[in-house]
Design a binder for this molecule. Structure first.
Ligand SMILES: Nc1ncnc2c1ncn2[C@@H]1O[C@H](COP(=O)(O)OP(=O)(O)OP(=O)(O)O)[C@@H](O)[C@H]1O
Ligand SMILES: [Mg+2]
Length: 152
């Protein structure tokens, strides 16, 4: 039987090499493959494998870091679509778990290293001696600030 989280957002089962990687519980996995070969497909399935098979974990238990915001948005969207499929599965336990994960997907730590660091600093703002409402400087603000500091 192919678990529904080992299918992609179109309901298509992963290939065997993709499934082996997605189901692996190895702490260190490197997926190095050519463009468009299915790397993100494997990562989405691996993410869902971890959360669908470990009922005691919440979405905060798996941190997914991407290089760009665009890649993070793609991951979240594809994870959401697979969860939508699982939320209509026959097996009640899978449906319930998928709906629970879907409810919490918006706050799941899937993002860039910058957004992960900002999340950590906001969470521990007092320890970091920061206002919890701090903002990350944009490129323009950063260059203005840099110039002001250099001119002093
Ligand atoms: N085994 C497969 N069978 C059919 N379609 C597949 C398979 N693997 C991937 N695809 C499809 O190929 C496309 C590219 O897959 P995916 O985005 O996962 O690749 P990628 O390696 O992450 O690409 P990129 O290098 O652009 O990030 C997607 O539409 C995906 O659904
Ligand atoms: Mg990709």
């Amino acid at each position: 039987m192919v678990f529904p989280w080992l299918c992609d957002e179109n309901g298509k089962p992963l290939d065997e090499w993709q499934r082996n990687l997605a189901e692996s519980d190895d702490a260190h996995l490197l997926i190095n493959a050519c463009p468009g070969s299915g790397k993100t497909r494997v990562l989405v399935a691996h993410y869902l494998h971890l959360l669908m098979t470990k009922a005691e974990w919440d979405v905060g238990a798996v941190v997914a870091i991407t290089f760009t915001k665009k890649a993070a948005a793609e991951m979240k969207e594809r994870i959401g679509k697979v969860l939508q499929h699982i939320a209509h599965e026959v097996k009640e336990a899978w449906r319930r778990r998928a709906r629970q994960l879907l409810d919490h997907l918006p706050e799941a730590p899937i993002g860039t290293i910058h957004s992960f660091c900002a999340r950590l600093l906001r969470r521990f703002a007092i320890e970091a001696n920061l206002a919890p409402s701090f903002q990350v400087l944009g490129d323009l603000q950063a260059s203005i600030l840099r110039r002001q500091v250099c001119e002093r």
